[in-house]
Design a protein. Structure first.
Ligand SMILES: Nc1ncnc2c1ncn2[C@@H]1O[C@H](COP(=O)(O)OP(=O)(O)OP(=O)(O)O)[C@@H](O)[C@H]1O
Ligand SMILES: [Mg+2]
Length: 265
């Protein structure tokens, strides 16, 4: 390592991550020399075919899985096998059916060591903003798909880390609800800019190219397994972005670029 530290430390820095799953005489190469940076306050999406290693990369970054090679760091601190440095929403919402909505929301914060009463008060204050006011005492089974996703996101927000890893947070939703959630997520992130606290940086996994373009500053395209980075596309549209942006000529042209990158691999 050289002593020359970069002028600005990226919020997320993944360098040369390679991983092979091994078991019962079988080897599955999943990630091949993946590197990517995310600036503080940035929103970067990761797209790629099913099984190319997107969720595996997030689990590595979340400190839950050690890669065979490479490094992953948040604000210059290695996260390898150090869970708790980021707020991570796994691909499945993992709500506990036997806890009410409010108790589900506080789960991650409590596991992270926050006093339960304080976690409950902070969660209760967020229910309105996440469109869940009045449902604090509902069971997960009594919530719609969109509400469950918002509750899982609320729980992730409550684990107040500057880096958010979101793995297909809207994957289970219909197209209309999904569009509503795009507007809503942008609003939540804007409202989230808290004086004196680090602005959040987001790494977002999705299969939906329009969703990626609408929400991101940059879209990273991965190849089929073993996943490599095959293209990075900058998305410079001004914010806030409305749903109607997707029919503009500039947007459609970027979408074509991304589709070509996915097909080229
Ligand atoms: N714990 C594990 N042990 C063995 N193989 C695994 C494990 N986790 C994932 N895999 C395999 O690694 C590959 C990549 O999985 P991963 O979940 O990272 O893909 P993905 O890009 O997130 O896919 P999707 O878009 O469908 O969510 C898959 O073939 C999967 O079967
Ligand atoms: Mg996945």
């Amino acid at each position: 390592m050289s002593d020359a530290s970069p002028v600005v430390t990226p919020a997320i820095q993944i360098t040369g991550v390679t991983h092979v799953f091994r078991g019962k005489g079988r080897e599955l190469a999943v990630l091949d020399n993946v590197s990517l940076d995310l600036p503080t306050g940035g929103f970067v999406s990761l797209v790629g075919p099913s099984g190319c290693g997107k969720s595996t990369l997030l689990r590595i970054l979340a400190g839950l899985l050690a890669p065979d090679q490479g490094s992953a760091a948040v604000a210059g601190v290695s996260t390898l096998l150090r869970p708790g440095l980021v707020s991570y929403m796994p691909q499945k919402d993992l709500l506990l059916p036997w806890r009410r909505a409010l108790a589900n929301a506080t789960l991650g914060a409590e596991v992270g060591g926050a006093p339960p009463a304080q976690a409950r008060a902070r969660a209760a204050a967020l229910f309105e903003r996440f469109g869940l006011a009045g449902f604090e005492r509902s069971w997960p089974a009594q919530l719609s798909g969109g509400m469950r996703q918002r509750l899982a996101l609320l729980r992730t927000f409550l684990i107040s880390r500057p880096v958010l890893l979101l793995d297909e947070p809207f994957g289970a939703l219909d197209a209309i609800t999904r569009r509503e959630m795009h507007t809503w997520l942008q609003q939540v992130l804007r409202d989230d800019e808290r004086p004196g606290e680090a602005v959040r940086s987001v790494l977002f996994v999705t299969h939906d190219i329009e969703e990626a373009l609408l929400l991101s500053d940059r879209v990273v395209v991965m190849s089929p397994r073993p996943g490599r980075v095959v293209a990075e596309v900058s998305v410079a549209f001004a914010r806030p972005r409305s749903a109607s942006l997707v029919v503009s000529a500039e947007f459609v042209a970027l979408k074509a670029t991304l589709l070509a990158a996915l097909e080229r691999r």
